[in-house]
Design a protein around this ligand. Structure first.
Ligand SMILES: Cc1cc2nc3c(=O)[nH]c(=O)nc-3n(C[C@H](O)[C@H](O)[C@H](O)COP(=O)(O)OP(=O)(O)OC[C@H]3O[C@@H](n4cnc5c(N)ncnc54)[C@H](O)[C@@H]3O)c2cc1C
Length: 593
């Protein structure tokens, strides 16, 4: 069973991602280390003792649509109410709406633990928090006053309705229609698919944020507006009024996250209410809906990255426990009685260490991204711009590298289990099934790579990414200067990985500025992975350095060395794919017909 690694999480936050410095400098207000530790410890307890035990039930039972109503798995409704009872839903939300206004770093750490307990469960609150974010930044005062306190407390949940059958990655072609009404409201008509937690039995009301197009809107992404469309209308006194004209038509049958209802939503079918059309309230300005969505997109993408870290950690814990128990054969040098535990076999140890390194690397990248978000809020002027650029740059890497790690690590976890890994009762298979969606939703990892190469690298004319790589090089220098033998060849391997990153970055910057997009995009995914791997090497070493200075048993140094000497050589192949892969890709295109 998953046990939240609270100490590891706290260490990474403080000594790798930058929280210790932020606390010391006062950038996080009067937040102190004691409170940080207390929050992490309680979030970890909740994840371990309350969420994780219900993860399997959710997977086996799934959410079901019965007579138009979604029934969630046994125990999940109570779990949700215990969770909001702990105040967790409003961790980062503004105090004026009942939130606790705590830093994003704490939020992502807590999200990691709940997602590891059950990703399908934690996904609901993730969507609510995204909706709170969008409403808080763009909603009118009246909308905020009516909806935010209940969404922040978790009394009502929120959803994001973007996708339609023909409009997924390209939202510019969406067809859901909005019509203006004389009273300033709108009527919404259309179908949305794949809407996470679009209907459920946790709460009395569900607040849908829906992208739709006005009749006179310009074509494409500049003609999309964002609407708040509640399941039940809200009376002036805050009580629930009439049922709005929307419903969940069906649930998808999915590979994983079975507990999370993935709904087809129908708006304006005339099923409810005297007049056809779901009543919607504009958020922000007409035709500026996608821009509203984009302001919360970074946080939502990072939240999905946390799902990858979470699954990777849970899968690693399970595999290590299994490998210590399961005995087969005799490992070279084994001197114990009978067969050796499989963890003694070098190949199994290799798999487990790879799992650990990918988990800790992606955790560090995601937390560093959250640190940049917090610093962007805590500073102003040039400093704020610096941190905003840093979080913008890190977001696609955190989302894609961590969610790919979730899949890779869960798959390795099955391999460690052998045949039992393929059998559902061990639970190793669930991790892979659940993990598989994360590289797809909230912008596929391919779309993240395009964003990284075409929008993030050119920030400040390429100077931001160059400055970042220069900062990363300082860790290699510090490793060398530390003279710790346990680091082995780490410093030289970091230098080589960062040379690859730098070369690939310069090549892409030149290609993008010369308008050679086909060439640049052919290698975008390889570049994204190269960046994530190089960061993994650097952040593991940074953790090792922090450990070295407080004189512990050098486990972090050993893991850092393992990653540097066993995993970082891949950066050279990835650079090669970025710099030389485009021509052969274009030439082979005809093979596909
Ligand atoms: C379980 C689940 C939950 C979801 N929850 C929600 C939700 O709550 N709300 C919501 O609105 N949506 C939700 N989605 C939808 C999800 O966000 C989309 O599936 C995702 O954005 C991809 O869109 P698509 O499925 O149409 O794939 P497509 O856009 O058709 O993509 C197919 C493939 O083509 C690639 N591709 C597409 N365009 C480009 C391009 N321009 N350049 C390069 N490659 C490209 C993609 O990377 C992908 O590999 C959910 C989906 C699932 C399965």
């Amino acid at each position: 069973m998953y046990k939240a690694p609270v100490d590891e999480i706290a260490f990474t936050l403080k000594h790798v991602a930058g929280m210790a410095g932020a606390l010391e400098s006062g950038a996080l207000g009067d937040l102190g280390e004691d409170l940080v530790d207390a929050i992490l410890s309680e979030a970890g307890r909740f994840a371990t003792e309350e969420v994780a035990p219900l993860g399997d039930v959710g997977d086996r039972q799934g959410s079901r649509l019965v007579d138009g109503k979604v029934q969630t798995p046994d125990g999940w409704r109570d779990l949700y109410h215990n969770w909001i009872g702990g105040g967790w839903n409003g961790l980062t939300a503004p105090e004026e709406f009942g939130g606790q206004n705590l830093p994003h770093m704490l939020h992502v750490a807590a999200m990691e633990m709940w997602n590891a307990g059950s990703m399908a469960f934690a996904l609901g609150p993730t969507l609510t928090m995204g909706a709170v974010d969008a409403l808080e930044k763009h909603g009118s005062e009246a909308l905020k006053a009516t909806y935010l306190p209940k969404m922040v407390s978790g009394e009502w949940t929120g959803t994001m309705n973007l996708t339609e059958p023909h409009a997924g990655s390209d939202l510019g072609v969406l067809k859901t229609r909005a019509e203006r009404r004389d009273d300033g409201t709108y009527r919404i008509f259309g179908q949305k698919i794949f809407i996470t937690w679009g209907e459920h039995d946790f709460t009395d009301n569900i607040v849908h944020l829906v992208l739709a197009r006005l009749p006179d809107a310009p074509a494409g992404t500049r003609g999309i507006s964002l609407f708040l469309v509640p399941k039940f209308l809200v009376n002036a006194d805050g009580s629930l009024g009439e049922r709005n004209d929307l419903f969940c038509h069906s649930l998808e049958h999915k590979l994983g996250i079975h507990g999370s209802p993935t709904c087809t939503m129908i708006y304006g079918d005339g099923k409810f209410g005297a007049e056809k059309g779901a009543i919607g309230y504009l958020i922000g300005e007409e035709n500026r809906g996608l821009a509203c969505m984009f302001t919360m997109m970074n946080n939502a993408r990072l939240a999905v990255g946390m799902q990858g870290v979470a699954i990777a950690d849970a899968a690693t814990q399970k595999a290590i426990a299994f490998a210590k128990e399961r005995t087969q054969g005799k490992a070279p040098g084994w001197s114990g009685q009978g067969m050796s535990p499989i963890i003694e076999h070098p190949d199994v140890a290799r798999m487990l260490l790879t799992m650990k390194a990918l988990t800790q690397g992606s955790r560090a990248i995601a937390y560093a991204c959250a640190h940049a978000v917090d610093m962007g809020h805590a500073t102003d002027g040039d400093k704020a711009r610096h941190w905003q650029e840093r979080s913008s740059l890190l977001t696609p890497i955190a989302k894609s590298f961590a969610t790919d790690a979730g899949v890779d690590v869960a798959s390795l976890g099955i391999q460690v289990h052998g045949g039992m890994g393929f059998i559902e009762e061990t639970g190793a298979a669930r991790y892979l099934r659940d993990a598989r969606i994360a590289p797809i939703y909230e912008g596929t990892n391919g779309i993240q790579a395009i964003d990284l190469v075409t929008r993030k690298l050119p920030l400040s004319g390429g100077e931001h990414v160059r400055g970042f790589i220069a900062e990363l090089r300082e860790i290699g220098t510090a490793v060398r200067a530390s003279n710790r033998g346990g680091f082995g060849d780490t410093a030289a391997r970091l230098d080589a990985a960062l040379d690859d990153l730098s070369d690939a970055t310069e090549w892409l910057l030149a290609a993008v500025s010369a308008g050679k997009l086909t060439e640049a995009l052919a290698g975008a995914t390889a570049y994204q992975r190269l960046f994530g791997l190089a960061l993994t090497g650097v952040y593991l070493a940074k953790g090792g350095l922090a450990e070295a200075s407080d004189g512990k048993d050098e486990q972090r140094i050993a893991l850092s060395r393992f990653a540097a000497e066993n995993m970082l050589a891949e950066t050279s192949a990835l650079k090669d794919r970025v710099v030389t892969g485009a021509d052969s890709l274009a030439a082979a295109r005809a093979v596909l017909g």
